[in-house]
Ligand binder design. Structure first.
Ligand code: SF4
Ligand code: SF4
Length: 492
């Protein structure tokens, strides 16, 4: 301390250009914001790791992975949507819509994306949780780092980094699964049969996850991410951001000090902060808006039997109005009452949020219009008779297919039946393609009807009701549309 007092101020031109990193040791905290963050973290991670394993039946010859970027064949599959390379503008449109949604959320609630759902925040939170489980909370970790290297420190650090590498590998592996069939590539990776390119990208994504969430952490948000730099353009005086109510907290002082505000300078708010920010110094670039300082300060206020909310989500308008109303009162309940009395409900409907909402709605309508199907298939099963028994003992169901073609030109499609083995399809008065599949023609700008017959082989034993699906394939064999029905027979 004496040294600090004797230290001479450093002239601006003598200041070093590079300031070494001050390591942040966030403390564990419990409270409603922390619980919300855990819930969002669990949902985001579950979605990320589980989605590649979801299956989606697209018929013969097509991959059955629900979400897949098939680089080899130039296709992007998202459940029932299939995007071709020449349709990549859909993706561009979706990314633009996502950006506008983010602008709107920022203008309403500040950096909610950064604080709750950004992958960097989610994985850093997970890595910090593991670190806390193994090495202990803030004080224990600070003590451990200050200790010389020994067997205990080595074991704890090795366990932490080992766990981080496992999570990073699972994350890198899951990323690969969005580009290749998940079960196949997982098995190939495990037995060493994957391609060199697959191993390269697996290693790359594992390494970046480990470095970003384990080492870089808040440095990535503060120095590498461009978002904090231009998000200020979306904020205004009515945006809800994490704020310290200075009019209530200042002047800081001990809990029982006379004429002191509500802030007792305990430091809990920045001890829990994942980026090491002291929110009492105002809104800062490094503050990701995670709201953990709200939980920490509310905890302190409860222990002091004072109202919560010294730090909270607040608008600049309300902060200014409260400060003006509270100024004439001395610190205490009267000042608190005066400051809180003038608070207004934040205005959600403002010129900028209306513009963002308008662009968003117009964009969603535009994408829906572009994605609308130009061909629909309706299948009507004959009700009388429900089925016909043939001379050889087989059964036959008849269906009317209605094809509505919204294009001007006529189109031909191959019709295939997806049904248990032993059921065969025939379409009346139509030709067949080279593969022997019935070809159904649709006239342009109208509805065309076809009669389809599905027959079961003689002696085939089936339940009373069997689900079947009719699919229309284009000349390249891609499913254009499909419709479900049932094949009915007698009760077994
Ligand atoms: S946690 Fe609350 S009381 Fe403690 S220093 Fe922060 S603002 Fe002040
Ligand atoms: S100051 Fe508060 S809201 Fe901002 S990053 Fe730190 S804990 Fe989160």
């Amino acid at each position: 301390m004496e040294k600090l007092l004797q230290a001479k101020p450093v002239a601006a031109e003598d200041q070093p250009l590079y300031a070494p990193r001050v390591k942040v040791y966030p403390k564990a905290i419990h409270g409603p914001v922390r619980r919300a963050k855990w819930l969002i973290l669990a949902l985001c991670l579950a979605a990320y790791y589980v989605v590649p394993w979801l299956r989606w039946n697209r018929g013969p010859g097509a991959p059955d992975q629900a979400v897949l970027v098939d680089m080899t064949h130039g296709r992007l599959y998202f459940f029932f949507i299939e995007i071709w390379p020449q349709e990549v503008y859909y993706l561009t449109g979706l990314l633009i819509l996502g950006a506008i949604g983010l602008f709107m959320a920022t203008s309403l609630f500040g950096r909610v994306w950064c604080g709750f759902t950004c992958p960097q925040t989610v994985w850093t939170d997970l890595f910090m949780l593991v670190e806390r489980w193994i090495q202990g909370d803030r004080n224990a970790r600070m003590k451990l780092d200050a200790q010389p290297w020994g067997p205990r420190k080595l074991a704890l650090k090795a366990a932490t980094h080992g766990a981080w590498v496992v999570i990073a590998a699972a994350t890198g592996g899951a990323w690969i699964m969005y580009f290749q069939d998940a079960p196949t590539v997982t098995w190939d990776l495990l037995i060493g049969a994957a391609t060199a390119k697959t191993y390269f990208f697996f290693g790359l994504f594992t390494l970046t996850t480990y470095l970003f969430a384990g080492w870089a952490r808040e440095q990535l948000c503060t120095y590498m991410c461009p978002w904090p730099r231009f998000q200020a353009a979306m904020l205004d005086e009515n945006s809800l951001v994490v704020s310290y109510r200075e009019w209530r907290g200042e002047p800081r002082g001990k809990a029982r000090a006379k004429d002191a505000g509500d802030c007792i300078d305990c430091g809990e708010c920045f001890h829990v902060c994942p980026t090491g920010v002291d929110i009492r110094e105002g809104t800062q670039l490094s503050c990701i808006g995670c709201g953990l300082c709200i939980d920490a300060c509310d905890d302190v206020m409860r222990k002091l039997h004072r109202p919560e909310g010294l730090i909270g989500f607040e608008t600049a308008t309300n902060l200014a109005a409260s400060a003006t109303a509270a100024a004439p009162c001395a610190p205490g309940p009267k000042r608190l009452a005066a400051g809180m009395a003038v608070r207004h409900v934040p205005r959600l409907i403002r010129a900028r949020t209306l513009v963002y909402a308008g662009v968003l709605v117009a964009g969603i309508m535009g994408v829906s219009f572009l994605l609308r199907s130009t061909l629909t298939l309706a299948v009507l099963r004959d009700r009388a008779p429900i089925f016909v028994r043939l001379a050889d003992g087989g059964l036959r169901n008849a269906y009317t297919l209605k094809l509505a073609n919204k294009l001007r030109e006529h189109q031909d499609y191959a019709l295939v039946l997806e049904a248990p083995a032993g059921l065969t399809l025939a379409v009346q008065d139509t030709a067949q393609d080279a593969a022997g599949r019935p070809l159904v023609a649709t006239r342009g700008d109208g509805i065309t009807e076809w009669r389809a017959l599905v027959t079961s082989a003689a002696g085939l034993r089936l339940p009373e009701s069997v689900p079947v699906r009719f699919r229309l394939l284009d000349a390249e064999g891609h499913v254009v549309t499909s419709a479900e029905s049932v094949f009915l027979g007698p009760r077994p």
